[in-house]
Design a protein around this ligand. Structure first.
Ligand SMILES: Cc1ncc(COP(=O)(O)O)c(C=O)c1O
Length: 392
């Protein structure tokens, strides 16, 4: 598998690479685009082939979601993660955020609290706000270079009857933690005891670097199915987010029925012939490609480690256990959140997602998407080192 070749994305309205996006968000359309969490790498050859074949057929009329697609997904989770998914529990929908938004609506009332664990994926905030719920923070703690959940604080937040939901990011974007079974069991226990509904976003589940292992929340022994749902998507795994397709896994029958009826009422349960083709091919034939990708990402992380060791520039890497995101600690540079973002975009000419996008707990940090050719990471690091040298 060759992940080294640069691929021009400029002929399509790609969010990450769009000059308008870079100008608006970073004030620099020439900054190296590394902020959006998609990869500058081609999807598995089997996916590309399946899309070619489907396109060549020439008729793209109404179709059912093929059962073989859900079989392929279930098979993937069973063989790769030892998780036996009951296919009866699957509810398709267009995207993870869409599923989260419906679940928030169905498991809380306007004005209720939704617990988040910042620094965390910024779109959760947007979904909570537009659902007219309140954001309640259970910040992660940075202990000796590793992020931990604050269970005492979670206990206190969950005990407040106004707080109805926890959105779990498993594995965690942006800090790269792959939560362990013991940690998730503690979350499950606390939330079930206080009847807080857990929405586990597992879009990054396939990205765990050994010895770390992705633990599906619903497969945690003793998890209370009445108080949990998981959202899955092949979007990140195979770099097919533009295919736009996701699944909610809702084990509790009445909850599932409610979700199903909503999807029917708002007609969001349709399928797309191209997503059908791509997803089935990905889950059936993408394992070897993903193994190679994980190794490549490991190499990109190793490059960052070695570069920062060889060039002591007061920037450090929070060791990622999973995801294709590197969470970098710039606090030693002593810049405030806005000044750091400006420095990175204008002086270092790299478009990283500034830490404060993920909540004020992320101030002083920035997220680099490393799902790209190694040469891009190298160039970004060189830009950074040069800019830091000028700064001090
Ligand atoms: C944790 C997390 N959840 C959800 C999404 C978006 O998923 P979707 O495009 O299916 O809504 C992302 C994308 O970056 C993400 O990182």
């Amino acid at each position: 598998m060759n992940f080294d070749s640069p691929i021009d994305r400029s002929q399509y309205p790609t969010m990450k690479w769009s000059a308008a996006f870079l100008a608006e968000q970073f004030g620099n359309e020439n900054a190296i685009p590394m902020s959006v969490a998609d990869m500058d790498l081609k999807a598995p050859p089997a996916v590309i082939e399946a899309l070619h074949q489907r396109a060549a057929h020439g008729i793209y009329g109404y179709e059912f979601r093929p059962e073989s697609q859900l079989n392929a997904l279930a098979q993937w989770y069973q063989t790769r993660h030892g998780w036996l998914i009951d296919q009866e529990h699957l509810e398709p929908c267009p995207s993870i955020l869409n599923a989260i938004s419906i679940l928030i609506d169905q498991h809380s009332e306007e004005g209720d609290g939704v617990i988040l664990q910042p620094p965390v994926f910024f779109e959760f905030r947007m979904v909570i706000r537009s659902s007219r719920r309140k954001i309640v923070k259970n910040p992660l703690k940075l202990v000796a270079g590793s992020y931990q959940m604050d269970f005492d604080d979670l206990e206190a937040k969950a005990a407040d009857p106004r707080n109805r939901i926890l959105i779990l990011c498993n594995p965690h974007n942006p800090v790269g933690r792959v939560w362990t079974e013991a940690e998730l069991a503690q979350v499950a226990e606390i939330c079930a005891r206080h009847q807080v509904f857990v929405i586990s976003d597992e879009i990054h589940g396939d990205f765990a670097f050994p010895p770390h292992r992705y633990q599906p929340f619903l497969a945690v022994p003793g998890v209370a199915e009445e108080h949990a749902a998981t959202c899955l998507s092949p979007g990140k795994t195979f770099n097919i987010s533009g295919i736009v397709d996701a699944l909610a896994i809702i084990p509790h029958e009445a909850h599932r029925r409610r979700f199903h009826e909503f999807a029917h009422q708002y007609q969001i349960n349709k399928t797309n012939v191209f997503s059908s083709a791509a997803i089935e091919a990905a889950y059936q034939h993408g394992a070897g490609w993903l193994d190679a990708l994980l190794e490549y990402l490991g190499g990109n992380i190793q490059l960052i480690r070695e570069f920062l060791r060889a060039n002591p520039i007061e920037v450090s890497l929070i060791e990622p256990q999973g995801t294709f995101l590197a969470w970098l600690d710039f606090r030693e540079l002593g810049l405030d959140a806005k000044a750091l973002a400006k420095f990175l975009a204008q002086e270092a000419q790299i478009a990283l997602a500034p830490g404060y996008w993920f909540g004020r707990e992320g101030a002083g940090f920035a997220r680099m998407t490393i799902g790209c050719p190694r040469a891009t990471v190298q160039r970004a690091l060189e830009n950074l080192a040069e800019a830091v040298k000028k700064l001090v």
